[in-house]
Ligand binder design. Sequence first.
Ligand code: AGP
Length: 633
Amino acid sequence: MLWPMCGIVGYVGSQQALGIVIEGLRRMEYRGYDSAGIAVVDRSGADARLAGAKKAGKLANLEKELDVRPLPASTTGLGHTRWATHGGPTDGNAHPHFSDSAGVYTDLTGKVAVIHNGIIENFARLKAELAAENVTFLSETDTEVVAHLLARDFDEAGDGDLGAAMRRVVNRLQGAFTLVAVHADAPDVVVGARRNSPLVIGVGQGEAFLASDVSAFIAHTREAIEMGQDQVAEIFRDGSVRITTFDGEVVEGKRFHVSWDASAAEKGGYDWFMQKEIAEQPQAVADTLLGRVNGQGRLKLDEMRLSEDELRAITKIIVVACGTAYHAGLIAKYAIEHWTRVPVEVELASEFRYRDPILTKDTLVIAISQSGETMDTLMAIRHAREQHSRVLAICNTNGSTIPRESDAVVYTHGGPEIGVASTKAFLTQLTACYLVGLYLAQVRGVKFNDEVAEVLTQLSDSPAAIAETLNRMEPVRKLARSMVGARTVLFLGRHVGYPMALEGALKLKELAYIHAEGFAAGELKHGPIALIEQDLPVVVVVPSPKRPLLHDKIVSNIQEIRARGAKTIVIAEDGDDVVAPYADFLFHVPELPILLQPLVATVPLQVFAAELADALGYDVDQPRNLAKSVTVE
Ligand code: AGP
């Protein structure tokens, strides 16, 4: 499992580390961050020591701190930008973490600085072990444990070998992590370790780099080495590199030349951030599912500060959201009502408070928002709280306004979404909604543990199904590029396919500026069928044949529009060839239970819209007139 993105940079060589590290962090700012920090090895005094600084907020805050309290010159250092998932964005939670500190970070007494991306699952036990040795902790983070373990091991070994110390320490850690560390008494080396989280080595002339991705160092070298799972890398001042397994066996890393330019590197080699974020969806869904079940197999959710009694007292749920997040809410309604038998209303946040909604203390308002700053949604939850309703936020941005003003929050761990059009945020919002629905069913006792576990197993299969869907997108791209002349496109669906039709239409509108409209397929005969004319493209999301009532009706709808000249673009489940005779274009997606089908069937809709927009020469990441976060009403 990859862990959502933080930015990591390590450097040793002949240049000033401060400039290299800050520049590297800036190149990774697309990864998003809410705090940043840096540490360097200061050899200006009699004995080497560390100096560092760290600040919540944007990188500019750290740079202002460094203007006020400059660090000593140094050619060995590391830096980190944090995308908080657990624990808010504060100075104290910012990385690096140190093995000790006299207080202000420019007079550190600790000899070790560590930066980390991931989660150390057994940190509590390790922390207790260290506390028993009277180790003083400065933060609540799991990372700091590594700083103390490294310092203790390095001292006990007494051989000055930081790489060996790192190998001994990582063998004691459980979880997913990328670690990079420096030691004041080993100023010519920077050491990194990786398990389930990215770390790449840059090899220069008389210098070397460690980073989350190549964008951090390609201004200095394009020669890179990929690290494998469970490996430790030592980079040295002369530019040499040693890679070993966690057990110390020396291995050759996979060398490669980076041909991307800096901008492409930030996109990981993709043409647009949206393309990258569509590709990240399997990981984003997997990360959103990570760590949600406790040792007894029961669901546990992020900061569900609502008590089980409060949740059992809920008599109505109202979902409020905008745009794509609203579509996630429409899909969530089917799942949550089916699993909990609690009535769910879904409201556009911009309409919600003006309709004088019926709100009581037993109403649970669920606010879905990627940015956590959408003003329409924020105003909606403020209204709900004035009416003493409980508010649960589903959000992708830790510490943003909407979760801060909610009673509880379930964070999606999708990592920063840069493209204005919401993709991985949408799938992770769905995932979080499913988790909330299952949690409510578990707490209210309307589903047994084994029933909840069964759906969780199906959910855990969804990242692979999404990945498989992504592997099938070439024909979708080809079709999209052939449709640059389209003037309008209709989208049809039934059941959860109806909100998917709305989402597919929204994607096409906001990216390709083409008029598009989503309908409930059953509504066609009540008016919209008058729109059907020769060669009009109509995208139809078909439910599983295992739901014959739904499936047969939508097949009839496809026949009706085909008979009137429509060009039918059909998305159906693997093995469903009943629709084949009526589909001008048929795309199959892997089978998932109907309530989870949007996790795969949405992908062709995203790819179709992005590719058509690109074929039309539009900016896929920054469509005209749009902003990533709409902070005005
Ligand atoms: C969808 O692709 C758009 N990005 C937009 O509709 C977005 O979903 C909406 O503005 C809500 O944003 P939020 O999730 O940050 O609240």
